[in-house]
Design a protein around this ligand. Structure first.
Ligand code: IVH
Length: 664
């Protein structure tokens, strides 16, 4: 492609991707599938790689995190980032309302918004471009965390209008799901856990290496304009509408009312309602809507008089640990769980709390029989905050990790350097149950009707011993299970049948290969196109794929080296489960189906991307490194080490002309 043409295509792709971001993150109304989106992004990445001179800092591809910084520089805020005064309950709220109306009259309108529990940030846009992001710091001086903030998927790098100058304040937060996953992984690795999503968000953004923030699934909401040139609004709610039109994510949960009674009622409703949100909310923020009235009210040294934070009651309570039992997960990890005397927290009765691993128990000095402070932050799994040592009677008993697996009796080992204890059993029913439950889960093969109870029965009845066995179940076998009617048996069979077409990425995730999450599974599926090709890849080839680190690469190779796993894959294949990517099926006619090619050196006519497209459109796969699996090396001028390696391995070497011929 000519550079002039590339310029146009790159711009089109960037605009298109930004529109999709806006539809997805601001309007909550995606117009294309994740896959189509990923394809657009990949095209842009390829073009920017081919034309590095056209890459810009605000391209949507620049979210993966750049080079680590030596240290954060400081930023002086143009407008100080004040904090808010608190109101604990109706009385405080009415006091605040009285003060407001005394100063500006009865005619006041309020805006009520959820108070997101994250890290307060200030974002600066100049001529519509994101140029700087900073932490609140002491309110006057914060830290420049631009590189980290750029990795946040819903933070627009370019606004949808060319506003000369805009500074907004918002909150960077970690959704509850991301927080739970992060802590689960950290617990398995024996790393210290984050106490709550706020700490996790702050911990991620205050790292000098932006790749860490990029890997942490953070999001933002903006909630106030700090400074602007070129916008026009007279109220806070109108300013939020405008921010939203500019492409900035603004929380849509909001009440505008003149009645303080409504404000109070709305806040009360949210005490319960907040648990339905995917992110942590620790109160409500009430703001006077009119900017003129805000101005009149002004601020104290610490906080504006026109706003107040209505804090929710804490979700902590006291309970007694009656017992500690151990659950075995799909990777064999033993997780101790506390059985609690039931306690009401965050609107639900809690009777279990995860204790993560033995280090957690020892650090907190938890004994069976201890009284503990328990907390439930939103929908997050309840956690033991601390032991109430004053309440000890001397009858508490220390907990010990079992030496053998409670499900299969195999030895339990603790690998050095890891906090996790693992069951070493090859055929542990608990691991099998968890592994199959994971395989059928929504993000994997998505087989509806196969809950943990059915899975357990299938295992007990010896109807399944691995995931492939699911595809050989028949109606008679299913219908004899407890609480399984004819209709549900048939529905289940249909769901199993349908899942055969789930796709390679879901299958890969479902197989539960250690360190391969849903995101990595997608990347691997797209890169290798088939389970066969993935199974043949070496650690080196795997590591050449972006996002695949040494741990994942080794784990994949280990998985395919295990003959039991290969048997399961064969059995899946025989059952008709799709083990290849879609595109591959479409390409079956191509002349290079199943062939792996490497391109090196400068070709006389074709660019790297054009050569790659040509090969792929003929059904071939392009790899970046030469190995014994390479079928052809396409060599151009100045070919270096790859050519030598291919010669050594006796791989067929072709030139551009020959490539054109075989792809004709
Ligand atoms: S308004 C001058 N609105 O709560 C007005 N704050 O002290 C400043 N927060 O650190 C804040 N959600 O980071 C506002 N919808 C919201 C908010 C919000 C969360 C945080 C903010 C601040 C703290 C209050």
């Amino acid at each position: 492609m000519e550079i002039e043409k590339a310029k146009v295509v790159i711009k089109q792709l960037r605009d298109e991707i930004r529109d999709h971001d806006y539809n997805y993150y601001v309007l909550d109304n995606p117009k294309i599938s994740d896959r189509e989106y990923d394809n657009l992004m990949q095209k842009l990445i390829n073009l920017e790689e081919e034309f590095p001179q056209l890459a810009t800092d605000d391209s949507p591809t620049k979210r993966v995190g750049g080079e680590p910084l030596p240290e954060f520089s400081t930023v002086e805020h143009r407008v100080p980032l004040l904090s808010l005064a608190n109101a604990f309950g109706t009385e405080d709220l009415l006091d605040w309302h009285r003060r407001v109306t005394q100063a500006v009259g009865e005619d006041t309108e309020y805006v009520v918004e959820p108070k997101i529990d994250g890290l307060s940030i200030a974002l600066t846009y100049e001529n519509g471009r994101f140029i700087r992001g900073a932490t609140r710091g002491d309110g006057n001086i914060g830290e420049d965390i631009t590189a980290n903030l750029k990795t946040i998927a819903n933070l627009p790098l370019v606004l949808r209008e060319d506003i000369p100058m805009l500074q907004v304040r918002g909150e960077a937060y970690m959704p509850k799901g991301g927080f739970e996953n992060l802590n689960k992984i950290r617990a398995e690795k024996g790393e210290p856990l984050f106490a709550n999503p706020r700490n996790a968000a702050a911990g991620s953004l205050r790292q000098l290496d932006p790749k860490i923030a990029a890997s942490r699934q953070l999001l933002i909401y903006v909630y106030v304009v700090l400074y602007q040139e070129g916008m026009d609004f007279t109220s806070h709610s109108k300013s939020l509408d405008q921010l939203s039109r500019l492409g900035l994510p603004v929380n849509r949960e909001r009440l505008v009312t003149e009645d303080i009674g409504n404000v109070d009622e709305y806040c009360q409703q949210w005490v319960e309602k907040r648990h339905t949100l995917p992110y942590e909310v620790d109160g409500m923020v009430i703001k006077v809507n009119s900017l003129e009235q805000q101005y009149k009210l002004g601020a104290t040294a610490k906080s504006p008089r026109w706003s107040v934070a209505y804090k929710f009651p804490a979700d902590q309570g006291e309970s007694k640990i009656e017992d500690i039992f151990v659950r075995v997960g799909r990777t064999g990890v033993l997780t101790p769980t506390a059985v609690l005397q039931p306690v009401k927290l965050a609107g639900t009765t809690v009777s279990r709390a995860t204790l993560h691993n033995i280090d957690f128990i020892e650090d907190k000095d938890i004994h069976i029989g201890d009284w503990v402070l328990v907390q439930k932050a939103g929908d997050i799994i309840p956690e033991v905050v601390k032991v109430l040592k004053d309440k000890r009677t001397g009858e508490e008993v220390a907990f010990e990790m079992p030496k053998t697996c409670p499900d299969c009796g195999s030895n339990v080992v603790r690998i050095e350097g890891e906090a996790a204890a693992r069951c070493t059993g090859m055929v542990c029913p608990a691991q099998l149950r968890e592994g199959i439950t994971h395989f059928v889960s929504r993000n994997a093969m998505d087989i509806e009707g196969l809950g943990p109870a059915v899975v357990s029965q299938l295992i007990e009845e010896k109807l399944i011993e691995n995931v492939a066995d699911l595809y050989y179940l028949n109606f008679d076998q299913l219908v004899q299970l407890e609480r399984m009617g004819e209709k549900s048996a048939q529905n289940l069979l249909n769901a199993i049948e349908k899942s055969k077409q789930a796709g390679l990425d879901r299958l890969l995730f479902g197989l539960g290969i250690r360190h391969v999450g849903a995101g990595a599974a997608k990347i691997l599926a797209r890169h290798f196109n088939s389970i066969d090709a993935l199974g043949k890849a070496t650690v080196e080839e795997l590591e050449a794929v972006s996002e695949v680190g040494p741990k994942m690469a080794e784990s994949i190779v280990r998985f395919f080296a295990d003959s039991k796993n290969i048997e399961v894959l064969k059995s899946l294949q025989n059952a008709g489960v799709r083990l290849e990517e879609d595109e591959k099926q479409e390409q079956l006619e191509g002349k290079l189906v199943g062939k792996v090619l490497v391109v090196t050196g400068t070709l006389p006519n074709l660019s790297r991307t054009e050569a790659q497209e040509l090969i792929e459109s003929a059904g071939g796969k392009v790899s970046s490194s030469v190995s014994k699996n390479t079928d052809y090396l396409v060599a151009g001028a100045k070919a270096g080490s790859k050519l030598t390696k291919a010669q050594e391995l006796g791989i067929t070497i072709i030139n551009e002309e020959e490539l054109l011929k075989i792809t004709e």
